[in-house]
Design a protein around this ligand. Structure first.
Ligand code: ZN
Ligand code: ZN
Length: 207
């Protein structure tokens, strides 16, 4: 039996049907927020998500927008330029796009890490000691991986190696554990802040 879509007149001989409508015209339930706001650090470009400042490309941020939408879609993309989300609805045989406008506002701010960095703050020093070429390799690796969690305030070329000044000492402990690298650790009292003792930790890494 031939069915004609009451909305667009398409026939079920040509396109898939869902109830009385063709798949393109059947009502689609997608709930999205009308507007969303993100805070991005204008120095390091990280975005505050669920209370944390995380490295976030535009694609990742777009997926964050889509993740706030609920409904019967298979996947979705978001265009910041058009302020519009496109959802793909249907099944693998008949998939079609459904658009919804969502206004996403990106507020510029400076994250606490960048505030501290600009003041030369550091909690830890990593001292790499060993052969120059190996130190350069470690330097690149550590900088790349530490950037996700904290910042490098300063680096100092020494006669015997390289010193990296790091904003957060826990980030260093975690990274060393992750890489399975041993370090000789020493702590020095660096002062007091609001009744709490502040320590600076030095990690000596032989490479
Ligand atoms: Zn139709
Ligand atoms: Zn920042």
């Amino acid at each position: 039996m031939e069915l004609l879509c009451p909305k667009c007149g398409a026939s079920n001989r040509d396109v898939g049907f869902s109830g009385p409508f063709c798949v393109k015209c059947r009502p689609v339930e997608i709930k999205c927020p009308k507007r969303m706001e993100f805070i991005r650090c204008s120095k390091c470009r990280r975005v505050r998500l669920k209370g944390n400042w995380v490295a976030c490309s535009d694609e990742k941020l777009a997926q964050e927008v889509i993740s706030k939408c609920k409904g019967e879609f298979l996947s979705g993309t978001y265009s910041f330029m058009n302020q519009e989300a496109t959802f793909f609805v249907g099944d693998s045989e008949h998939m079609f796009p459904v658009k919804r406008s969502i206004s996403v506002n990106i507020v510029k701010n400076i994250c606490p890490d960048c505030v501290r960095k600009s003041g030369g703050y550091f909690e830890a020093i990593i001292q790499f000691r060993g052969k120059g070429a190996k130190i350069s390799r470690y330097e690149r690796l550590f900088k790349k991986m530490l950037e996700k969690k904290t910042f490098v305030t300063k680096e100092e070329q020494m006669k015997e190696g390289l010193d990296l000044y790091i904003g957060n000492s826990r980030a260093v402990v975690e990274l060393l554990a992750e890489l399975g690298i041993r370090a000789r650790i020493s702590k020095k009292l660096a002062g007091e802040k609001e009744g709490k003792r502040l320590y600076r930790t030095t990690f000596l890494v032989r490479v």
